[in-house]
Design a protein around this ligand. Structure first.
Ligand SMILES: Cc1cc2nc3c(=O)[nH]c(=O)nc-3n(C[C@H](O)[C@H](O)[C@H](O)COP(=O)(O)OP(=O)(O)OC[C@H]3O[C@@H](n4cnc5c(N)ncnc54)[C@H](O)[C@@H]3O)c2cc1C
Length: 572
């Protein structure tokens, strides 16, 4: 039997963006009821693993103009300037509010909020709580959300489909992971806050749950995915696991060194100028690859790496500012950064692209909103600056919550039987997938082929031929997915079924990334082509829109909202 649950709005995701949206919605309308559905317990959302900090103007030597310009320049002029303006103005309010809700920001001696330097930022504006920022932020949000009994949580429920009737979203269908039954959630607005999709790549800082579910949910219903070609590689991942070593290390003064022990960002011209280790992520990741290609990498048991050197920083400072970094290095690469350099290499970290939304978080589908990493409001353009993302979850999570609740109030209820029909069909689809015996394809096989193809075609550096190969491969894999074979037909915590659903989502997202990348014939931000190494504003200063259309991706474009900052050469 299909269970039906009704709320005013339905939020999919319980990470930073989802929790902030839920709180904003019930604050805007205390009578409203909000369903918050999450495939894991909210405190296990990827936000919890953020280390380095959240950006907002705090110091006297800083202002909105500077934060705005840094973000526009970091985005390689693809960020929308109205969105950026709103973001920088709201950022300090949001971080202060979070402190009132219990987030313990680190302090200076005089009691003011401590800030650290981060890549591409022209002054210290990254607020932090040692190197466990995501944990403290998520905790503060989660605890605060418990004050509102109108926020009703549905943990360990996997949303598989949006319910769209008469051209508007009316709710979602979800699989109860604990029991295996399906549930229809009716709501007059839905907010997707499902996070990123780093797991389409093999080597990533992202947790296993970051499989692009929300992007796939929206895409299947005709909502465009925007700027998917821009995938952020973080310069400093631990080899082997991909565990992130935060940019906060460089903010505290760490050096990057090549196999000759040189600070290569200073010794050789990699375009980051005087910023050196505090350059933006796209440029530093490319510099590392170039050092390796020039024979100046460091041979290690994990292959080629470079060194991140903290030894001059001293044990006391490392223990007060970066204790988790030390612990991670000791456990995972058996290196104590107090005494030895850390082996690192670039690692897939963040999706600049996502569900196409406007400044209110609204998509082209009435009633559907998105915020956080799954959305693309065009704050980050072609390259995100480190520490803007956590703040983005707060600023645009809140705004999406407010707008979704206002939309819900003005919208009439859905035709319930039409919604129920969709949910019944979806239940039947999931039932037929559960232990589908006859197929020839295995989850692990398709996933491995996707990983290999994405790494080869959509890496730090790209070329037309390999991107085209990846387009063909991801399309082929998406089609082969129809012949998937599963073994486990149990109902309680059927992790094989979840993995199958996630793979289906990842294949759609991977294809959208590859198709979008292969059509951008220039280099901009994180999309760096060897065969077209320069930026071409004449022909490519636009957002890529990827639509799901007649069983395949179709590309379109959207103007960039410019403003007071004219595109110029991006030099540091
Ligand atoms: C290791 C690491 C460190 C980082 N450090 C920083 C940093 O220092 N500063 C910074 O600004 N950014 C940082 N980032 C980026 C930032 O943390 C993320 O972009 C941000 O936390 C994303 O938050 P979110 O709310 O959008 O998604 P998430 O926190 O990923 O939450 C997604 C939620 O959606 C739910 N969900 C997903 N799919 C489904 C589904 N099908 N059904 C139901 N629920 C679903 C999940 O259960 C989860 O609750 C870091 C990222 C990583 C990986």
């Amino acid at each position: 039997m299909l269970e039906i649950v009704e709320h005013d709005i339905v939020i999919v995701g319980g990470g930073g963006a989802g929790l902030r949206a839920a709180i904003a919605a019930v604050e805007a309308d205390p009578a409203a009821s909000v369903a918050m559905i999450s495939k894991v317990y909210p405190m296990r959302s990827h936000t919890v693993s953020a280390e380095g900090g959240a950006a907002a103007v705090a110091r006297e030597d800083d202002n909105f103009e500077m934060h705005g310009y840094d973000t526009v320049k970091g985005s390689d002029f693809l960020g929308d300037q109205d969105v950026i303006q709103y973001f920088v103005e709201q950022a300090p309010r949001e971080l202060t509010r979070l402190e009132h809700w219990g987030c313990p920001w680190s302090r200076n001696e005089d009691g003011s909020v401590a800030t650290r330097a981060f890549g591409g930022m022209s002054t210290k504006r990254t607020w932090y709580a040692a190197d466990k920022v995501g944990f403290h932020m998520l905790h503060a949000l989660f605890q605060h959300s418990l004050r509102f009994d109108r926020i009703v949580r549905y943990d360990e429920q996997f949303v598989t489909k949006l319910v769209v009737v008469d051209g508007a979203v009316r709710g979602v269908v979800a699989l109860d992971v604990r029991e295996g039954n399906m549930r229809l959630f009716l709501g007059r607005a839905v907010i997707l806050t499902t996070g990123g999709a780093g797991k389409i790549f093999p080597f990533t800082t992202n947790g296993n749950i970051k499989t692009g579910d929300g992007m796939a949910l929206a895409y299947r219903e005709g909502v465009a995915l925007k700027d998917m070609e821009f995938v952020q590689y973080h310069p400093t991942g631990l080899p082997g696991t991909g565990i992130l070593i935060t940019e906060g290390t460089r903010g505290e003064g760490a050096y990057l060194k090549n196999g000759r022990g040189e600070r290569f960002l200073i010794e050789y011209d990699h375009g980051v100028g005087h910023k050196a280790e505090l350059g933006p992520r796209d440029m530093i990741s490319r510099a590392i690859i170039r050092e390796m290609e020039a024979g100046r990498g460091v041979e290690s048991e994990w292959g080629l790496v470079v060194h991140l050197d903290l030894t001059h920083i001293g044990e006391e400072r490392i223990m007060s500012k970066l204790p988790m970094v030390r612990e991670l290095c000791q456990i995972y690469v058996h290196v104590d950064p107090v005494h030895e350099p850390i082996p690192v290499r670039p690692v897939v970290h963040y999706m600049m692209g996502g569900v196409d939304v406007d400044i209110d978080g609204a998509t082209s589908l009435p009633g559907l909103y998105a915020a956080g990493e799954t959305a693309c409001a065009s704050l980050n353009g072609a390259n995100r600056l480190g520490s803007n993302s956590l703040t983005e979850c707060l600023v645009f999570g809140a705004r999406a919550g407010q707008h979704a609740i206002a939309f819900a109030k003005g919208s009439s209820g859905a035709n319930q039987s039409a919604c129920q029909d969709i949910a019944e069909q979806e239940s039947a689809r999931i039932e037929s997938l559960r232990a589908r015996k006859g197929g020839s394809e295995r989850i692990a096989g398709l996933r491995a082929e996707m990983h290999h193809s994405m790494e080869t075609g959509c890496g730090v550096y790209r070329e037309q031929d390999s991107m085209d190969d990846t387009v063909r491969k991801t399309t082929e894999l998406r089609e082969r997915y129809a012949a998937l074979k599963l073994e486990d037909d149990s109902r309680v915590f059927n992790t094989e079924l979840i993995a199958a659903l996630e793979l289906g989502n990842m294949l759609l997202v991977a294809e959208a990334v590859a198709v979008s990348a292969s059509h951008r014939h220039e280099s901009r931000g994180a999309h760096a082509r060897r065969d077209q190494p320069t930026r071409d504003d004449q022909n490519f200063l636009y957002h890529t829109l990827c639509h799901w259309d007649s069983g395949g991706p179709r590309l379109d474009r959207k103007d960039v909202t410019l403003g007071k900052w004219e595109p110029e050469e991006r030099k540091y």
